[in-house]
Design a protein around this ligand. Structure first.
Ligand SMILES: [Zn+2]
Length: 202
């Protein structure tokens, strides 16, 4: 039986690294699969912060992933990174790929956005996946507690409202200015996310 497995975590949980590893391992065993991503930091490829990269199919908003799978037939598996950004319809296409075409799907996504709410794609995948896997890489807040929230920082200050999709990085050195503002993300525990504390008070 083919399965739809959804692995989720915060930024820094190493999900792109695991996605690349699975793709590599299955390919090595002679299986044919596609790597898909959306809004990756470096365009149409999956990159891991550890420096590994592989070319990937860009999941545009109108892409029918079920139709793509038939076009590329035969396929044994799909590895889908940044699945939090897929539309609800695309998540349901992944389920059809599993059920109708017997193709294994390994989807990876962030759990919540900078407001602390489930992403649309993540919500749908949690609802329909056969397996739900919490990635066990433990990211930490500056205080040492488990980091469960991706805080968005605009010009160094935490924000709680705005567009859901703004691509930034957790590395301050590579923050890209957006319309003159610098946007980056920082992993915090829930307590310090809610308080907006980015460092210890003096
Ligand atoms: Zn903390």
């Amino acid at each position: 039986m083919a399965t739809l497995r959804f692995s989720f975590g915060t930024m820094g949980s190493g999900k792109s690294t695991v996605a690349l590893q699975i793709h590599h391992n299955l390919n090595d065993r002679g299986l044919r699969g596609l790597l898909l991503t959306k809004l990756d930091r470096d365009g149409s490829q999956v990159t891991s912060r550890l420096g590994v990269a592989a070319p990937a199919v860009e999941v545009t908003p109108g892409l029918d992933i079920h139709a793509l799978t038939l076009e590329q037939w035969p396929l044994h598996y799909l590895v889908c990174d940044e699945a939090q950004f897929y539309t609800v319809e695309q998540c349901e296409q992944l389920a059809r790929v599993v059920d109708e075409l017997a193709v294994d799907v390994y989807a990876f996504g962030l759990i919540t956005d900078f407001r602390g709410l489930l992403f649309d794609g993540t919500k749908r995948l949690l609802e329909i996946a056969d397996d739900r896997v919490a990635l066990q890489v433990e990211a930490r807040c500056w205080c040492g507690a488990r980091a469960t929230h991706n805080a968005r920082l605009v010009n160094g200050a935490i924000v709680y409202e705005g567009e859901v999709v703004v691509v930034g990085d957790t590395d301050a050195d590579t923050a890209q200015p957006l319309f003159g503002d610098s946007v980056r993300y920082e992993l915090l525990c829930r307590r310090h996310y809610l308080r907006g504390d980015l460092e210890p008070a003096d």
